[in-house]
Design a protein around this ligand. Structure first.
Ligand code: V55
Ligand code: FE
Length: 497
């Protein structure tokens, strides 16, 4: 029997859906889908298959479900499938949750000892012909991009000995390399960081093992032409606390923020850590360098944005202190031991994205979700939901804002160039919007050259989509490069006539 407890984390629009399905040719209730958009928008959402085993659940501990919106000739087909992680498969067979608290293996049913705990619930990205669903506590899971069926765990053919791989790898557009790392690389709450690069064919070409000044979550990072940067903000880890059944992360406001800067493909003796006072950041918009100065653009708040990780001093969670403002962190690799910070944008938000063709390089365009716009008090956000979609110019601080309506919650925007060779930022933003009062979601298509004008197309889903994290656009031409894994059966669904 399945019954989700009467808890605010499962209430109303946040109630689990647990629904897998296909909609051939979504209804377009407004505007026209640009017919030249040929490709698929993949995203991941959090949807618990079973109520928590320990009654202390939080969203990062929910199963990952992939959704795809396949664009072709002005039509859009929808599909959703759970990722069949080893954990999902074990719990489905038992018809109950067997794994315990978020990232704490000491709270699991002994029957699942040794089964990987990863949920593949954070990002879905495409590299070297593979679509990979990922969470930072484990290896990614390969997904069939047509059917969304699970192919299996992917560890780069055994080359990645780190037990973990970030959900925020970066593709270097100049070389096609996948640049990635794992923290807690030797197991939960271990300090080690493993840094990898894989070439455009997916073969691992570089590995370096590093140690941070203190062990903490490293959720996102920056990759530039010549450097990689590990941002350490103090959501600290401690294996003894984990053993005692405690939270894998706690916020320690007494610690400095640190940036570990390492030349691309460098080794452990080349990393330097730069410091500044305590602060919080999660997602990186982009990074770039001029050979000496290294810049990392990221929304910065005064404390952790996550209410479910306690403060080490027991201080209660203050949602206003979590407001994050897009800022630029700069390290002088020939200078002192500290890094500088300059605020770029005056409206708080998160989920920064760019035109990925400009990853690692100087850039002039970004997209974000905003919680607030100064002077605009419409629909105060419940539970930190976002209210606005924004296009930002980091160099000037200019912000172009779209408001999707009262009690409408936009998720992370995804940029798609208008056509191959379009100039930076000239294209579309794809955004899932929750219509909280209608208990329904839409996918909207915004023109990034005039976001405020409203959607060029609105694709209506007849049900709610779950709270989503990250997603990516994969061009139809790129999808044809996909690998055909041995033994995997590719079942084709409805194909356009
Ligand atoms: C994040 C999300 C996670 C996680 C760690 O957004 C960090 C940050 C969905 O899971 O496990
Ligand atoms: Fe993330």
């Amino acid at each position: 029997m399945v019954r989700f407890p009467d808890s605010p984390i499962y209430a109303g629009f946040s109630h689990p859906m647990r629904f897998e399905g296909d909609i051939y040719d979504l209804e377009c209730i407004q505007g026209e889908v640009p017919p030249q958009l040929e490709g698929t928008f993949f995203r991941v959402q959090l949807d618990p298959q079973y109520p928590a085993r320990n009654g202390d659940d939080m969203p990062f501990n929910w199963d990952g479900m992939i959704t795809s919106f396949r664009f072709s000739g002005g039509h859009v087909d929808f599909r959703s499938r759970y990722v069949r992680t080893p954990r999902f498969v074990a719990e489905r067979a038992a018809r109950q949750a067997l794994f315990g608290s978020y990232r704490n293996p000491y709270t699991d049913d002994p029957r699942v000892a040794g089964i990987v705990r990863g949920l593949a619930n954070t990002n879905v990205y495409f590299h070297a012909g593979r679509l990979l669903a990922s969470k930072e506590d484990s290896h990614p899971i390969e997904i069939d991009p047509d059917t969304l069926e699970t192919v299996g765990v992917f560890d780069w053919d055994g080359a990645v000995t780190s037990l973990t791989a970030t959900a925020h790898p970066k593709v270097d557009p100049a070389t096609g390399e996948l640049v990635f790392f794992g923290y807690a690389a030797k197991g939960e709450s271990t300090p080690d960081i493993a840094y990898y690069e894989a070439d455009a064919s997916g073969k691992v070409t570089h590995e370096a093992w590093l140690l941070p000044p203190y062990p903490a979550m490293i959720h996102d990072w920056a990759v530039t032409e010549h450097f990689v940067v590990f941002p350490l903000t103090p959501l600290v880890m401690d294996h003894d606390r984990l053993k005692a059944g405690g939270s894998p992360f706690v916020w320690d406001g007494s610690r400095d923020a640190c940036l570990g800067v390492l030349p691309r493909k460098g080794g452990p003796d080349e990393i330097r850590w730069y410091r500044n006072s305590n602060r919080f950041a999660s997602h990186v918009m982009n990074g770039f360098d001029d050979g000496r100065l290294v810049h990392v653009d990221t929304p910065v708040g005064t404390t952790s944005a996550f209410p479910f990780f306690p403060d080490v001093t027991g201080k209660p969670f203050d949602p206003t202190a979590t407001r994050a403002y897009l800022s630029r962190w700069t390290v002088d690799t020939e200078g002192g031991e500290s890094f500088e910070e300059a605020r770029l944008v005056g409206a708080p938000g998160e989920f920064p994205r760019i035109d990925d063709r400009f990853a690692t390089k100087p850039y002039g365009f970004g997209l974000m979700s905003l919680t607030d716009v100064p002077g605009d008090d419409r629909f105060p956000p419940p539970n930190g939901a976002y209210r606005f979609v924004a296009a930002v110019a980091p160099e000037t601080g200019r912000v172009d804002v779209y408001y999707p309506g009262d009690r409408c919650a936009p998720q992370e925007p995804c940029f798609v160039p208008r056509r191959p060779g379009a100039k930076e930022g000239d294209g579309y933003a794809l955004v899932v919007v929750g219509r909280l009062d209608e208990m329904r979601s839409d996918l909207i298509v915004l023109d990034t050259t005039d976001l405020g004008a409203g959607p060029v197309a609105t694709l209506a889903l007849p049900f709610r989509l779950r709270y989503g994290l990250h997603g990516n656009w994969v061009d139809a031409t790129m999808l044809t490069t996909r690998s055909a894994p041995e033994g995997a059966t590719h079942v084709t669904g409805d194909e356009p006539a």
